[in-house]
Design a protein around this ligand. Structure first.
Ligand code: GUN
Length: 295
C-alpha cells in the first residue's frame, strides 16, 4: 500500500496556524463570523454543513446556519443572503450547494457580497482567480493544493490530470495548478465525462485528481505506478453491515489504486477535512480584510 495522506492531520496543522490569527483578532475585540445557508433536506449537504459549523465553533468563530425549506423561492433566498451581506457580525457568507432544481446557483452565488464570498463562487472572484489576482481561493481546489504542498508533492513541473470539470472543483483547480509560481507551474490536463479513453489520459498523470462523484470510476489499471492520487469524490454506497446502512467511498478503487500509487487520500478523512479547514482560513482572511480600513 502506498502512503496514505491523512487530511485530518493536515487540517489539524492548518487549524493550529489559524488559532494564532484568531487570537490576534480577539485581542482587538473581533470574532470572525461565518453564516451558512442551506436549502432543502439533502442529507449529505446537512452533514457537510454540520461539519463546517462544528469546525468554525471549534476554532472560536461565530457560526450560524439558516435552514430554509425545499420550496423556498429564489426571491426569499436572495433576501436572506442580502441580509447576511449587510450583517457586520458575519465576514463570510456561504450558500451550500447543490440547491433545489428551481433555484439558480449562479444567481444565488452572484448575490453573496464579493468581500464575504468565502467559497469564491461570485463571478468577480472567479474572474480575479482566472486573471491571477485572487481574493480568496476556492476551498476544495485550495485543499488539494495544500495536501500536495504539505505532503511534499509540489505540482510544479508535473503533469496533473484532473478528472471532472465542475465549477466547484475541477475547473478552478485546473486554473490554480497551472498558474505561474511555485504553488502552480503544473502542466494540467482536464478530463471529463465526454473524454474518450479516459484511462489513456489518467495513465499519464504524475498527480491524478478525481472529482466526479462516481464510485470506483478510477481503477488500478488506469493509474501509473508511483503516481500521487487525490480522491475528491464522496459517495454514499449501500452497506447493510454498516450502522447507518451505507458507507462513504471516493471515486477510486481505493485498495487496488493504493497499491499502485505512491500516495493516496482516503475517503473519508482525505480532502474533506482540509476543505473545511480552508473555509475557516477564508473566513479568518475575510475578517482580517474587513477589519482593515478601506483604502
Ligand atoms: N457543496 C459541496 N461542496 C461545496 C462547497 O465547497 N461549497 C458549497 N457552497 N457547497 C458545496
Amino acid at each position: 500500500m502506498g502512503r496514505i495522506l491523512s487530511g485530518e492531520e493536515i487540517a489539524a496543522q492548518i487549524k493550529a496556524e489559524l488559532r494564532t490569527r484568531v487570537a490576534d483578532l480577539a485581542r482587538k475585540g473581533i470574532v470572525p463570523g461565518l453564516a451558512i445557508v442551506r436549502v432543502g433536506e439533502d442529507p449529505s449537504s446537512a452533514s457537510y454543513v454540520r461539519q463546517k459549523e462544528r469546525a468554525a465553533q471549534g476554532l472560536g468563530l461565530l457560526s450560524t446556519t439558516t435552514v430554509l425549506p425545499t420550496r423556498t423561492s429564489e426571491d426569499e433566498l436572495l433576501a436572506v443572503v442580502s441580509s447576511l451581506n449587510e450583517d457586520p457580525r458575519f465576514h463570510g457568507v456561504l450558500v451550500q450547494l447543490p440547491l433545489p432544481p428551481d433555484l439558480s446557483p449562479e444567481r444565488v452565488c452572484g448575490t453573496v457580497a464579493p468581500a464575504k464570498d468565502v467559497d469564491c463562487l461570485h463571478p468577480e472572484n472567479i474572474g480575479r482567480l482566472v486573471r491571477g489576482d485572487p481574493y480568496l481561493l476556492p476551498c476544495t481546489p485550495h485543499a488539494v493544493q495544500q495536501i500536495l504542498h504539505r505532503s511534499g508533492y509540489p505540482p510544479a513541473g508535473k503533469h496533473v490530470v484532473i478528472v471532472g470539470r465542475s465549477a466547484l472543483v475541477g475547473r478552478p483547480l485546473s486554473i490554480l495548478l497551472s498558474q505561474k509560481g511555485p504553488a502552480g507551474d503544473a502542466t494540467v490536463t482536464l478530463c471529463h465525462s465526454a473524454t474518450p479513453d479516459l484511462g489513456a489520459f489518467t495513465h499519464q498523470a504524475d498527480i491524478l485528481v478525481v472529482a466526479v462523484g462516481r464510485p470506483r470510476l478510477v481503477t488500478a489499471d488506469m493509474v501509473r505506478a508511483g503516481a500521487v492520487v487525490i480522491d475528491v469524490g464522496v459517495n454514499r454506497v449501500d452497506d447493510p453491515t454498516a450502522p447507518k446502512g451505507y458507507r462513504l467511498v471516493g471515486d477510486t478503487e481505493y485498495e487496488a489504486v493504493g497499491k499502485v500509487a505512491a500516495a493516496i487520500t482516503p475517503v473519508p478523512g482525505g480532502v474533506g477535512p482540509v476543505t473545511v479547514a480552508m473555509l475557516l482560513g477564508n473566513t479568518v482572511a475575510a475578517c482580517e480584510a474587513q477589519a482593515q480600513p478601506a483604502r
